[in-house]
Design a protein around this ligand. Sequence first.
Ligand code: GLN
Ligand code: ZN
Length: 761
Amino acid sequence: MASHIVGYPRMGPKRELKFALESFWDGKSSAEDLKKVAADLRASIWKQMADAGIKYIPSNTFAFYDQVLDATALLGAVPPRYGWTGGEIGFDTYFSMARGNASVPAMEMTKWFDTNYHYIVPELGPDVHFSYSSHKAVDEYKEAKALGVDTVPVLIGPVSYLLLSKPAKGVEKSFSLLSLLPKILAIYKEVIADLKAAGASWIQFDEPTLVLDLESHKLEAFTKAYSELESSLAGLNVLIETYFADIPADTYKTLTSLKSVTAYGFDLVRGTQTLNLIKAGFPSGKYLFAGVVDGRNIWANDLAASLCLLQDLEGIVGKDKLVVSTSCSLLHTAVDLANETKLDDEIRSWLAFAAQKVVEVNALAKALSGAKQEEFFSANAAAHASRKSSPRVVNEAVQKAVVALKGSDHRRATNVSARLDAQQKKLNLPILPTTTIGSFPQTADLRRVRREFKAKKISEEEYVNFIREEIRKVVELQEELDIDVLVHGEPERNDMVEYFGEQMSGIAFTANGWVQSYGSRCVKPPIIYGDVSRPKAMTVFWSAMAQSMTKRPMKGMLTGPVTILNWSFVRVDQPRSETTFQIALAIKDEVEDLEKAGISVIQIDEAALREGLPLRKSEQAHYLDWAVHAFRITNVGVKDTTQIHTHMCYSNFNDIIHSIIDMDADVITIENSRSDEKLLSVFREGVKYGAGIGPGVYDIHSPRIPPTEEIADRINKMLAVLEKNVLWVNPDCGLKTRKYTEVKPALTNMVAAAKQIRIEL
Ligand code: GLN
Ligand code: ZN
């Protein structure tokens, strides 16, 4: 019985690759140093999988920046602005595409399906000249072989590559990316020939776009591509790997009739439909790579349940054709539990990071072949049982409170226009009120003080004094700038989810549970392991302190339940909606405590609401329904005169505008850096909406200082579409990554622009 791993994290157990990359980018180490770190990481990963007994070990899943960018390099599809003139693509060109350089900006980066990983979007047009320009796939295959490990080379499949691309600037929108298929297949043939010559007997094509709802011409492209490759692939075992959702039924049919393909990898963790399709028929003689170990989470597998499922599948596809695998690449989970010194033994026993998942996959394969490691299985069963009944997981009061929520949709009694009137009487704001999104620059001093307090190197008193002075500085600055609705600047927060997670029960934090987000950047998601509650107020102390420093309204600043959920590793023993409702109740208590403390404007950030949107259309309405409901729960209890803001960091609203309106916030601030009038008309279409709207008037991701005229121009464009009494003036997002030398002049110009237009109105 065989085992397989779809892909593995590249960063290393202690983020070795991150530090090597950043040191190289800073000019502090050489290309050779970087290559050495990378080669050592690859070698240790291959060795670890080989030692664990994995049969099909992947290669070419390592990337210096991103696997899609690697495919772009392989195809020589370098946009002309990088001045590449041909030959093997080196670090210069590769990292320029990834990060930009002094004279050209980077290529666009976007989210990889519904994960928090970001890939570099290929830019293609009819004139791109493709050429085989990176031999990384074959080099890595040979490198592993030299170490005694025969691997399965992994390539992004040709159809997914095109479907994940965008037309280059200047190329007609109507240009069909799929029309490039014959051209890129020519390059794929060269790579395949190279891999064969090097001795590869398997090849894996990652085609995750197969889980999307594909129009028929896109689906046909798969048939075309893999029949075109048929003669090149002859003699190889060909695995098509899919992940992140169920396979639509028509796709399954097309896919399983591809002649050149000998094996299929399916994600059996997400959804249950694929399993039904397999049960209804699987092509005889082909391999099924059954993704039963979750690559998107950190929980120990339920080995007994997986074994049952695998035994069922064995009955369908045959003993020698079933391969135990992960649901997707392990890139999306943390690296190695062995480095977790902070977690206690009980919580540790419930978890499995990438290194542990490799062992689980192999244990399942062995068990299927009759060599079940009884001790390993019974320890796993005991851990599962302990998690079910642990008092740290179960909080009956919280569960009851969530059950009691059912039956109401939790809407504030008064409609938004009437609420805004009541709020205006209290707040007395000018037209086009100005505000910011929450954070002010996070200086090195600030980070140091937070760190020292955490490490107990300074006393609580010293810490509070320092933060108080920081808040005072931010408040005084905003008064000087004449901003209307102030913020305290969030100096006490390291991260908008971690700050709340650390103060709620049922949530744990790791020391090294890093997951790659993009390039060298990693995030450390909290682990929601039990029923969530809020033992005491989390932000009232600071918000009340900040309010006492000014007569102007001070916004209370919270992270919403859906964002906390979407940026965490979430328990899988209850629906995600249930967990979100628990968090919503905790935030509700906080909102009400803030109101009691005299805070009359409260912003509840839902930066990640869109991120949780399921990939399959059929599941989206259900998600939006409970997500929006959870948001409403947080503020259903406040008075009409309390103004609820929400903020979102994206402008892609076209398809979810009705849900945004359904959140029923009083004011919504959104990213709008590209001054997208389409976005505004989307909001206007919902004029019945009536709530305040603050589309960002300048981009905070860049150090550039926007001139007053430019901001005024943007505001005027917005006024052409939106009613003047609903428009707010604010930046795109929080200012924490900027410097005061940028923030002061930018906000000065922003306020000046608002004032100038108020006079004109
Ligand atoms: N209030 C947060 C801040 O300003 C919002 C951050 C975000 O939207 N990502 O930092
Ligand atoms: Zn934002």
